[in-house]
Design a protein around this ligand. Sequence first.
Ligand code: DGY
Length: 332
Amino acid sequence: MKQKILVTSRSYGRYYPDQLERLKSLGEVVYAENPPLKEDRLSQIIHEYDAIVAGLDDYTAKVLEKAERLKILARYGVGIDNVDLKKATELGIIVTYTPGANTIAVAEHTFSLILSLIKNIPKLNEAAKRGEWGGKRELNRELYGKVLGIVGLGSIGRAVAAMAKGFGMEVIAYSPRVKKEDAEKIGVKLVSLEELLQKSDVVSIHTSYSPQKYHLIGERQLKMMKKTAYLVNTARGELIDEKALVNALKNGDIAGAALDVFEHEPPSPDNELLKLDNVIVTPHAASHTWEAVRRMGEMVTEDIEAVLKGLKPKNIANPEVLERSNIRVKVK
Ligand code: DGY
């Protein structure tokens, strides 16, 4: 039977058509309509596919149970919180992802958001285009000497820390699994989440998401922040209680926020965060650079090619699956 490959990522193959051609040489490639696909839609179609270039769809246990032919689920991105990894392993499905491919893209996007917030770039851009050059206007702030608090000192958090050092910032982090000595080597002091929230002028979130971290930043945490502080999230929307954030922004508990991610994407047009003056938003676009899209595309293409040819993929997220007797394709 001819292999069928589903693509639910919006950017895969669009900017680097050679990657798509490589995939097409392995089988029929189908682009999903209106991704990310929710559980119901995905459950209806997943049984047809041998491989998936996966965006941010719901790969729940219920969906994976229906994936009768699926040999490889190649997550086009670094976050695998939308995949039930345990279930995939149990079913003998190989899951891959693209660690490191978008580290710089996300770190640079984070820094653009931080700078846009403290320099009021969106408002000044609009004012200048309206011809407003003089008059009394809000003053901007400087990063030099300020404290950046990083929640999650993984590769993206570390890249953001290095950039912050270049701006003369003091960097502290909350990252329970990182060793104190390892953080010190890169000039970062590890602190509790409470201390980080109390001391930081900018809080930037870079932790992966798991249900235990649902609404890690809620009303109580927002109240601990300085009234002049900014909150930036380029990780996952579920990490912040959006209702509490709206209240904090309206009440002046914090100065502003910049968000690339939302709990429900795309956010509903009624979402108040889209309307507040002290909020900057981007549409989950932090990893959308030519460089990151090329790297992510290369990694998923190579891994799908490998598995469909019976070889071991490089970027496996569930290595235990290789030991299972029910693995869908024996790889060596
Ligand atoms: C990631 O890498 O997980 C980004 O959120 C894009 O999917």
